[in-house]
Design a protein around this ligand. Sequence first.
Ligand SMILES: Cc1cc2nc3c(=O)[nH]c(=O)nc-3n(C[C@H](O)[C@H](O)[C@H](O)COP(=O)(O)OP(=O)(O)OC[C@H]3O[C@@H](n4cnc5c(N)ncnc54)[C@H](O)[C@@H]3O)c2cc1C
Length: 454
Amino acid sequence: MALPPSILIVGGGVFGLSTALSLRQRHPEAQITLVESSPTIPNPHGSSVDTSRIVRADYANAAYSKLAAAAIQKWRSTAWGRQGRYTQNGLLLVYPADSVSAKEYARKSYNNVRQIEGDNVVFLPSQKDVLSVVPPYGEDLDVAGGYVNWGSGWSDAGASVAFAKQMLDADGKVDFRHGNVDRVLFDEPASASASAGKGKPRAKGVALTNGTTLTADLVVLATGAWTPRLVDLRGKAVATGQAIAYIKISDAEQRELENLPTILNFATGMFIIPPRDNLLKIARHAYGYRNPITVPVPGVGASKETMAVSLPETGGPVPLEGQDAFREALKQLLPRFVDRPFADTRICWYTDTPDGDFIVSYHPDYEGLFLATGGSGHAYKFFPVLGDKVVDAMEGTLDPELQKLWEWTEANTPAPGTNMDDLFDGDGSRSGARNSNLQEELAKTRKASRESAL
Ligand SMILES: Cc1cc2nc3c(=O)[nH]c(=O)nc-3n(C[C@H](O)[C@H](O)[C@H](O)COP(=O)(O)OP(=O)(O)OC[C@H]3O[C@@H](n4cnc5c(N)ncnc54)[C@H](O)[C@@H]3O)c2cc1C
């Protein structure tokens, strides 16, 4: 399928930037614009930007393992991974005695990744074997077994987003605009013929909150966890807030921990990525916090109908519940840091889909509207190869197994108003409470801090 002359990408995270990189290479004649609401790319509040992201081919689904293996090749052997943007320290995946699903995930993932990494992957059938890989974690480490994949690593996510932007700036083929998209604009006359059964409404651009418009033949929404404001994604995707905390460590602690593998406990969702610059990060891969906000139902024409959808709130602290969970995890993993104050905490937003698969697809109800989102907490690692897959999907040439996972069809469109809570199960690797409300948790946190001040 030929692509049209002008393409507008909304969002400058991993999905948007990788799409721009691929488009400018494969379609140099196209007029490509990228609009981002943050004054800077990297956007410090975007999901793609952080001290670190795990880069692993360790998946229970072989399609993702294969794609991750292709990405890892680029992280290892091209400019993507240079200047500290990629560190191959290994990934230790562990499970406790009482979690059948975590053990099952680890088993499937081990089998997949063995085929890719061979002897780089070592099965660790007992707690003692696990400890032989991470001695500083100590005898209290509450795990029954796991495996280590020395072929996995982590990436400096802020630096890599900056690198992608630099590559795009270098040839100036992509026109970057700063602006907050208020809504997608549709060709209203086409909607009249749509109602007569002659076609679908066509996206023709976007309106910005400052009152200006940007027009294009194809609009690509790569707006991450903010996407449910721009298209009705009820039952398709939900923004979930995930907790992260950072701990300052000494030079000696940095030296001791920096070469260890990342540890990921699939039962608790807790993971610790080796420190850099004396900052140790602990994070939780969980069901996450919801932040319901009432917004107009997006679509063609002005609608008075509203809907409550979870949308990101950035810049605030992690609620006490999350901080307590980190302390509990540290007690099990690195007890010496249990009482160390957090230098910073942050909520970072996933765009979660019911089964953890991305949405890389034309919208089934509109012409000229494409979505590249639904990262579900695992899209970062694909940065070097993701844009090519997005453009393949635009052209109709995506590998069938990925198309099956990522395409939004009439058949997998949920009924209007479907509640995501009934559908979302993730990939079996999530922890924490389901449907936890961010504002309620923050209110509890404020109350606890008032009480402790009395
Ligand atoms: C805590 C956490 C840990 C993670 N760990 C890993 C990991 O270890 N490994 C891994 O592979 N992946 C990981 N991920 C997932 C990965 O980071 C995300 O899937 C990926 O970064 C999502 O990219 P994105 O482009 O969809 O979103 P974003 O990076 O958020 O980009 C979307 C951009 O769109 C912009 N935007 C939104 N709305 C508008 C609008 N209306 N107008 C203009 N601009 C707009 C936003 O400002 C933002 O910059 C993690 C994510 C989180 C939150």
